[in-house]
Design a protein around this ligand. Structure first.
Ligand SMILES: Nc1ncnc2c1ncn2[C@@H]1O[C@H](COP(=O)(O)OP(=O)(O)OP(=O)(O)O)[C@@H](O)[C@H]1O
Ligand SMILES: [Mg+2]
Length: 362
């Protein structure tokens, strides 16, 4: 197994520069996710690594071996990379077995070994019993598993997965997340997974990279680190529902400025944050109370929605809209399933501070 390295990779289509000197190092055996909005270049990155595109500048390396550069490209079949693309196209006229066996047939693998390996791959993706079915007799999720097994049957050192979960319903998606982790354990393959779904990324990654619309990576790290210590406002906003309140900070206090006036926030801003900036916080980090304390700010409820296990609140604070969430059982216990229009008080746990440029300040 080997590290996968992108070194200063630039890729443009006409005048549209999709990737500009992108560098990334994915460690051998890890499950690494690139998360970014639609159109940011995720599929292009996978196509460059797999060998279906060539970089304009920079290099792609597997271990110490260069597989692509501006004037050099190792053919895809010599890279030992398994790929499942977004559309996971399976061959409609081949059975499940036939689809998965096909790469082995192309490689001239002997019949008995072929049989063993196809059955191993089928077991790995839980498709036992469906070997003789054709794709039209399978659900979307099952077709996706066929594509995954077809990639796994070649025992690739590196597995590239392009959002294979998005077409699945929520339960199947959750199941597949665990299966991808199982496949990682069972095969030891290095997995590069690209998605715009932050929940999937948090659940399966050893490390993840957060990329913006322009193909720029803002932060790389383990999910818990990136989630709790976002480098900037883009990362913070991308990884979950967020509140971003414009503030002015002085030595002792922060003041929020909304369309309807100023509100003093009873939180101490970091000493390095002066003048304009932002206070960011997650809905789940808002404490709601019926009584005023020195930690709270007065708000009124614009919308209160019961979402099963959680209650979702939209509050207004002098024209600033604030989202809050609370476990339904806690809200019930504290009599906080309140009427719309009620006045309550909120306090913020786990504040994140950003300067005017959006960089995190602590
Ligand atoms: N062959 C191509 N010719 C021209 N433009 C392309 C080509 N391939 C990709 N692009 C452009 O490059 C950009 C990045 O595309 P890419 O498919 O990598 O996005 P993505 O991050 O995978 O998005 P999504 O999440 O929607 O799948 C897009 O603006 C796309 O239109
Ligand atoms: Mg894509």
């Amino acid at each position: 197994m080997a590290d996968l390295t992108l070194h200063g990779v630039t890729k443009a289509f006409g005048s549209h520069v999709v990737l500009d000197r992108l560098s990334l190092q994915i460690r051998s055996g890890e499950c690494f996710t690139i998360i970014g909005p639609s159109g940011c270049g995720k599929t292009v990155i996978l196509r460059l690594i797999a060998g279906f595109e060539t970089p304009d500048q920079g290099e792609v390396l597997i271990g110490n071996k260069k597989v692509a550069g501006p004037n050099f490209a190792l053919p895809p079949e010599d890279r030992h990379i398994g790929v499942v693309f977004q559309d996971y196209a399976v061959w409609p006229h081949k059975t499940v077995f036939g689809n998965i066996a096909y790469p082995l047939e192309l490689a001239g693998v002997a019949k008995s070994e072929l049989n063993t390996r196809v059955h191993e791959a089928i077991a790995l993706v839980n498709l036992k019993g469906l070997e003789q079915r054709f794709p039209y007799q399978l659900s979307g999720g099952q077709q996706q598993r066929v594509a995954l097994a077809r990639a796994l049957v070649m025992k690739p050192e590196i597995l590239l997965l392009d959002e294979p979960l998005t077409n699945l319903d929520a339960n199947l998606r959750e199941e597949m997340r665990f299966e991808i982790k199982e496949i990682q354990k069972a095969t030891g393959a290095t997995i590069l997974y690209v998605t715009h779904d932050q929940e999937v990324a948090m659940a399966i990654s050893d490390r993840l990279a957060v990329m913006d619309q322009n193909g720029r990576i803002h932060q790389v790290g383990p999910p818990e680190e990136v989630y709790t210590r976002p480098a900037d406002d883009f990362v913070f906003k991308f990884l979950g529902i967020s509140n971003m309140v414009p503030i002015t900070s002085t030595e002792e206090k922060a003041v929020a400025s909304g369309p309807g006036g100023m509100t003093e926030i009873p939180l101490q801003p970091p000493t390095s944050l002066r003048e304009q900036g932002w206070l960011g916080f997650r809905p789940m980090d808002v404490q709601i109370a019926k009584q005023k304390t020195e930690r709270t700010v007065a708000v009124h409820a614009v919308r209160v929605t019961l979402l099963g296990p959680i209650v979702d609140y939209l509050f207004d604070c002098k024209g600033l809209q604030i989202r809050a969430q609370m476990l339904t059982e806690d809200a019930l216990a504290q009599d906080l399933i309140i009427e719309e229009g009620s006045n309550v008080f909120i306090a913020v746990d786990a504040p994140h501070w950003f300067n005017a440029q959006g960089e995190a300040v602590s």
